[in-house]
Ligand binder design. Structure first.
Ligand SMILES: Cc1cc2nc3c(=O)[nH]c(=O)nc-3n(C[C@H](O)[C@H](O)[C@H](O)COP(=O)(O)O)c2cc1C
Length: 184
């Protein structure tokens, strides 16, 4: 299976990356992994030019999204892992999500492969109402656009005090999701 993992933290090798690594370490089925660290990719903002309406399947901006579009369309499992900044997606991964407008604007999306999506939310503060609500709202149309079936939204709160690898409850959730993938 093809797995695409998008790492949305502006810090490398911290909680978000560790949560992805943990989950991937539990996947026992044969897979190819394409990891996109948002800090290492050039992803410009959507300029709302509507070029992708008359030019179906093409974005006017040529940058690393050209490859990411293809992988997001054809993978079997998509992992979107991100911290919340001001209770929302950080700007770099939000730019990636906004650029998915090119796929949203396809008149025929039947070629977009049906896939699973795992969402991992990371919040430094102790859990509070709506800590991950904006992520959930933002991903509603992203999931529909990419033909995703959500298999979990694991929410790590209080990472400033409880690093992800010490959060046994959330790690168990990730392990259980991986086990479902391992034994289809
Ligand atoms: C600009 C900024 C805004 C943040 N806003 C929030 C917030 O609204 N809610 C929250 O729970 N944590 C917030 N945090 C904390 C991060 O979510 C937390 O540090 C998280 O662990 C970062 O992920 P990382 O360890 O992978 O970098 C914020 C951090 C930054 C840098």
């Amino acid at each position: 299976m093809e797995i695409v993992a998008i790492m949305g933290s502006h810090r490398n090798s911290h909680n978000t990356q560790k949560a992805i690594d943990y989950f991937i370490s539990k996947i026992k089925v044969e897979h190819e992994l394409y990891e996109y660290n948002i800090n290492e990719k050039e992803i410009k903002a959507c300029i709302a030019c509507d070029y992708c309406i008359p030019h179906q399947g093409e974005c006017v901006t040529k940058d690393d999204m050209t490859e990411i579009y293809k992988k997001m369309e054809t993978c079997d499992l998509l992992i979107v892992a991100s911290p919340v900044y001001f209770s929302a997606f950080p700007s770099r991964i939000k730019a990636l999500i906004d650029r998915t407008q090119m796929i949203y604007n396809l008149e025929d999306r039947s070629n977009i492969k049906k896939k699973k999506i795992l969402i991992i939310g990371i919040g430094g503060a102790p859990h509070y109402p709506r800590q991950f609500q904006a992520m959930d709202n933002t991903l509603e149309w992203y999931k529909k656009t990419l033909s995703c079936d959500e298999i979990g939204f694991v929410q790590f709160s209080h990472t400033d005090e409880l690093p992800v690898l010490d959060n046994k409850k959330c790690l168990k959730e990730l392990t259980e999701i991986a086990e479902k993938i391992n034994t289809p």
